[in-house]
Write a new protein. Structure first.
Length: 121
């Protein structure tokens, strides 16, 4: 069935926006393209897929067998471009060399908080 600009209640694969395509599965993308839902990412030769972009520059987003994966361990995925400097895996990745900050990694992003109790700060 060809989907048009209006949602066809007889065909659950027709859509107006990505929200119409939510299948409830966290690993599948919800994509509405040309008024047609798809819940499988399209991988290219290197797994990297725009369908899987979660908007977080600190994750490596890729498609594998139609499912999306978002990894913060850039060393394990040879197809990912190195992350920006403020991305991390462990707390030592965030050490900015400033003794007046507490540096830690939270959800793949470096956080630098003032260390008011540190000598000289």
């Amino acid at each position: 069935m060809q989907c048009t600009q209006t949602i066809d209640t007889e065909d659950p694969l027709c859509c107006e926006s990505a929200a119409d395509c939510d299948d409830g599965e966290p690993l599948t993308p919800d994509v509405c393209k040309d008024h047609q839902c798809t819940n499988e990412c399209q991988d290219n030769l290197r797994w990297i897929s725009e369908d899987c972009d979660d908007g977080n520059e600190c994750t490596c987003d890729h498609c594998e067998f139609g499912k999306c994966y978002h990894s913060t361990d850039w060393n394990l995925d040879p197809f990912c471009i190195p992350p920006p400097a403020e991305c991390c895996i462990t707390n030592p990745d965030c050490d900015d060399g400033d003794g007046c900050t507490l540096d830690f990694c939270l959800a793949g992003t470096c956080i630098h908080k003032p260390a008011y109790q540190a000598p000289g700060c």
